[in-house]
Write a new protein. Structure first.
Length: 305
């Protein structure tokens, strides 16, 4: 299905936020259907891993050193699995956005997203290495800036959030410039900064506003299911030392934690859409591809061809 949305155009701050809302309204159902099909297997694996971790928790006895190490190992494995799953689905969201803007519609499915991700997997690993090196270099000045902002009452926290949002958009745009062949991976981060600094306030604030809204929604969405699951668990099992000894207690914990993982993934995938709009805006400001295309089409219309 074709969507009525103009990706390639210059936008101001308010236009970026408004266009994100418009795009989300157009593709929300298709976005969820496509991504949830891809999420079934990873979420089932996370559910199994979390459930296995609950079998190692025993609140009634003092755990031995080896049992504690097993629990720590499982916790580290779960965090690593969450990191991997998050990165993979972040890639899925990027490929979804690219397919969406290239096809100018939703005539693709989860298989197309998977194929595009696998095809460009080497680029993801290559840029990951570049971004790790860049993060190490930028860590000290970034932390120094955050420490300074912490001492500024009220405004400092917002400024720190905006700074963090800009760093996220910066790395995102650098990858897409590399992913679409505009820049090599080696200096994509440096070149993309030169592009983004032209409208740094618009890009940073718009990304921060959307992230803040979704963070608020995420808290609300996690709070309500947590309360429901907690009330059910309290009335059926009770929060006693033997909570993790029962299958029901473990299942309540596993399902609740898996739902939190799903919401966490969905939140970060939605941020891809607003970052993608910022990328298209920055690309149009720099390269003016839409303007050139319109001029060429105008010339064809004048020639009657």
């Amino acid at each position: 299905m074709e969507i009525d949305f103009e990706f390639r155009k210059e936008r101001k701050l308010s236009e970026i936020v408004q266009d994100f809302i418009n795009l989300l309204r157009l593709v929300l159902r298709h976005f969820f259907q496509t991504i949830l099909r891809l999420a079934i297997v990873p979420l089932c694996l996370m559910l199994i891993l979390i459930y296995y971790g609950t079998t190692k928790i025993n609140l009634t006895t003092t755990q031995s050193w080896t049992e504690s190490m097993d629990l720590i190992f499982i916790a580290v494995a779960a965090l690593f699995a969450l990191l991997v799953v998050s990165m993979v689905f972040f890639g899925f969201a990027i490929e979804y956005f690219i397919l969406l803007k290239n096809k100018r519609g939703t005539d693709f499915d989860s298989h197309d997203v998977w194929q595009a991700f696998v095809t460009n997997l080497g680029k993801y690993f290559k840029f990951l290495l570049v971004s790790i090196i860049a993060s190490v270099i930028l860590f000290i000045p970034f932390m120094f800036a955050l420490i300074i902002l912490m001492f500024i009452p009220f405004i400092g926290s917002f400024a720190a959030g905006i700074l963090g949002a800009f760093v996220g958009v910066w790395f995102f745009c650098a990858f897409l410039f590399y992913r679409e062949g505009y820049m090599p991976a080696s200096n994509a981060i440096q070149q993309s900064f030169s592009i983004l600094k032209k409208k740094i306030i618009d890009y940073s604030v718009s990304s921060y506003v959307v992230s803040l809204v979704f963070q608020t929604l995420l808290v609300m969405l996690t709070l309500i299911p947590s309360l429901i699951i907690g009330i059910i668990a309290y009335n059926t099992i009770g929060f006693e030392n033997t909570f993790f000894d029962s299958v029901a207690g473990r299942m309540f914990t596993s399902i609740g934690a898996t739902l939190l993982v799903l919401l966490y993934i969905v939140y970060y995938m939605f941020t891809v859409l607003v970052s993608g709009i910022i990328y298209e805006t920055a690309k149009e400001v720099t390269y003016g591809e839409d303007v050139y295309e319109k001029i060429q089409n105008l010339g064809k219309e004048e020639d009657g061809q």
